[in-house]
Ligand binder design. Structure first.
Ligand code: BG6
Ligand code: MG
Length: 219
């Protein structure tokens, strides 16, 4: 195992909830509509613009390009505001230890998040310097479930995708990892059964458990 590729929202920090809360508030304000819980999974791992497309489709609403842009920006402003108070304390259980142990074993670490807010969030969490690379989602051709961001993250640490494990909490993200040829590790529910290995909670993501998964599946 030479590389570990991390998703951010829902894996490193519990910021996934702030994303969906910001979408809910936006939709309430502009369209006086509610979003069902079931829509959250469809916006997980998916870029800001693609998330807005999913939401507008669900509501059967069409907007101009200009309105689309404005909605997308307004959501991001609200989301970034919600991140204001983010600190080290918001790192999900087990993740700091895992990063520490991966580094101890000379495994390179890269971020493979769809979020343009990745660097800011890592800085707030005090984890920015722990990462060997952060793949830029704006520079990849296609978002998750396409493999591009994981391929870019592996490349940025100069490791072949099949020498990497990758950790995700979204359906689209697990598909992206599988497509990239890295070993997919899920944290979350049964909707993530297409992962090579699934854990219910981040505190189960120990170096030993990840290493064992690697031993079992790499070839
Ligand atoms: C992903 C989230 O990590 O980032 C998605 O799971 C989000 O819900 C996407 O839409 C893009 O984030 P941002 O911060 O660039 O709007
Ligand atoms: Mg995620």
């Amino acid at each position: 195992m030479k590389g570990a590729l991390f998703d951010l929202d829902g894996v490193i920090a519990n910021t996934a909830i702030y994303h969906f809360a910001a979408w809910r508030n936006l939709v309430k304000k502009h369209f006086n509509a509610e979003l069902p819980d079931s829509l959250e999974e469809k916006t997980k791992g998916v870029s800001r613009e693609d998330s807005l497309r999913v939401i507008l489709d669900y509501l059967h609403i069409t907007v101009s390009d200009k309105e689309f842009q404005a909605l997308s920006e307004e959501k991001n402003t609200a989301y970034v505001q919600a991140l204001d108070h983010l600190t080290k304390a918001d790192i999900l259980p087990g993740i700091s230890q895992l990063i520490h142990d991966l580094k101890k074993h000379h495994v390179k670490i890269a971020l493979a998040s769809a979020s343009q807010n990745g660097p800011i969030i890592l800085k707030k969490l005090g984890l920015f310097d722990e990462f060997d690379a952060i793949a830029n989602p704006q520079l990849v051709h296609a978002g998750k479930p396409a493999p591009d961001i994981f391929l870019a993250a592996a490349k940025a640490i100069d490791v072949e995708p099949n020498d990497c494990v990758a950790i995700e909490d979204s359906v689209a993200g697990i598909s992206a990892i599988n497509e990239a040829g890295a070993i997919s590790i899920a944290v979350g529910g049964l909707e993530l059964s297409h992962a090579k290995k699934r854990f219910n909670n981040t505190n189960e993501l120990t170096y030993e458990a990840i290493e064992a998964t690697w031993q079992q599946y790499h070839h």
